[in-house]
Design a protein around this ligand. Structure first.
Ligand code: EPZ
Length: 427
């Protein structure tokens, strides 16, 4: 096990290159199953969720060739298995995308039933609603969810709630279904568009991704493609917060400024300067931080995955901020860690009221989940003194080389091995 040791209080400056989007990659990798051919996928972030997806593909029968750290050739021609084992599917929550992809190609798929998670309940009723509309049946047996259909046909789905996962899973299942599928009230995140672009490169016929209605005309066959995944909006937003919280000056490379707009708008309102270029952005802060009101919403609203990071930033604003979580039931658990650093935050249900303080104090911290963990890194970078963050495995699930990238910006951060019994004693 590892922990991060961070001596905060240094302004970050310099250049950082943003990696490929995790939440696009975990859907695009299963999508290669539909090609039944060779796909070259570039700009894959080197993180554990991607490695788990590649391992699942390999166990299903795909041949995987690493071209470079971020580029893999995946040949799904000889996949002959439709069941993702319990052990593998539980390594990552997004393994549910294998259901849609396997159903789309073979008319059957099985993965472990995703349970609740540390953000709150994580139902997949909307995924199943879409599969049913395409003519599939589902059943749960011994913790595994199984979907099957002898003949998938296009269908009309009006989602009850806007869901990233259900939208992408429905697209995966529908691209080869006979006839037209219409998906309404869909998610519009950049990774939805990325998956649609990738599937269209494989020969699919998808229109409307990025709006709230997606129309898919089923095709008989797909084929291989070369595809480069979009930059990670949340990783980019995290380094913007790192610059803002340390009064730094950071240039981000490999970003799509348009995708950053909901985040950029709030950082500007908080008093940061953000300059946009073609595929890079510069963020600086010289003056005081201003308080904000933020409510997380589906894209193009403010992304829930940035909520913990912005809450940390607002701990140091001059005044009272209000952050409302509009997506997940339980995404303020990390607040207790911030309070131990001297933050003044009151949470009532989905709403956090943050009274800005002058400074955060160093403390021993835990990464409770991926984004909460990243938020702890931000808090430690701002605190004057040494903080240690445990359970960093959650952070490394979604941030490629976070320690090295922050060191490149001048942060005093290192990874340290933690003897297992030391962690047990501390708990
Ligand atoms: C994706 O999760 C992301 N994960 C999450 O990022 C992100 O927080 C979330 O979208 C919202 O943007 C991946 O892409 C792998 P949803 P997803 O389905 O698709 C409810 C991170 O930190 N819902 O859009 O699982 C659900 O309970 C992670 O990178 C249903 O009710 O989220 C939630 O309240 C954490 N029924 C809301 O919809 C369903 O069938 C949105 O969930 C599906 C979802």
């Amino acid at each position: 096990m590892e922990k991060f040791v961070i001596r905060g209080g240094k302004a970050l400056s310099g250049d950082v290159v943003i990696g490929g989007a995790k939440n696009a990659a975990v859907a695009i990798l299963p999508a290669t199953i539909l090609a039944a051919d060779k796909c070259l996928i570039e700009n894959l972030p080197c993180i554990s969720d991607v490695m788990a997806s590649l391992q699942i593909l390999s166990e299903l029968g795909a041949s995987i060739r690493m071209i470079s750290k971020n580029t893999y050739e995946i040949d799904t021609t000889h996949i002959d298995c439709t069941e993702v084992s319990n052990e593998l599917s539980r390594q990552m929550r997004a393994s549910y995308y294998f259901l849609g992809a396997l159903l789309g190609r073979f008319g059957a798929g099985q993965v472990a039933m995703p349970g609740g998670c540390n953000l709150g309940p994580r139902p997949i009723d909307q995924h199943l609603k879409a599969f049913t509309a395409l003519g599939a049946e589902d059943s749960v047996e011994y913790g595994m969810i199984r979907v099957r259909s002898n003949h998938l046909t296009g269908g009309h789905v009006f989602f009850d709630t806007v869901s990233v996962g259900a939208t992408m899973n429905a697209m995966l299942a529908a691209v080869k279904a006979e006839g037209q599928t219409i998906l309404e009230n869909v998610a519009r995140e950049p990774h939805i568009v990325d998956l649609a672009n990738c599937l269209n490169m494989m020969g699919a016929d998808i229109h409307g991704a990025g709006t709230d209605v997606i129309k898919i005309r089923g095709v008989k066959e797909l084929h291989g493609c070369n595809y480069s995944i979009i930059p990670d909006q949340i990783e980019a937003g995290s380094y913007m917060v790192a610059a803002a919280i340390t009064k730094g000056d950071v240039m981000l490379h490999n970003v799509i400024p348009k995708h950053m707009e909901p985040i950029t708008a709030k950082l500007r309102a908080a008093g940061c300067q953000v300059e946009e270029f073609d595929d890079s952005m510069r963020i600086t802060r010289t003056g005081a931080l201003k308080p904000l009101k933020i409510k997380t919403m589906p894209h193009p609203g403010f992304p829930t995955d940035m909520q913990p990071l912005m809450t940390v930033l607002l701990c140091l604003a001059e005044g009272t901020s209000i952050v409302t979580e509009g997506i997940w039931e339980n995404r303020f658990r990390y607040v207790d860690e911030l309070i131990r650093m001297g933050a003044s935050i009151q949470v009532d249900g989905q709403v956090a009221v943050i009274e800005g303080v002058k400074q955060l104090m160093p403390a021993p911290l835990r990464a409770l989940d991926l984004r909460a963990g990243a938020a702890m890194v931000m808090a430690a970078l701002a605190a004057d003194g040494v903080s240690e963050i445990d359970e960093t495995v959650h952070i490394e699930r979604g941030y490629e080389n976070i320690v090295e990238k922050l060191q490149g910006l001048g942060a005093d951060i290192r990874r340290v091995d933690t003897p297992v019994n030391a962690v047990t004693r501390a708990m």
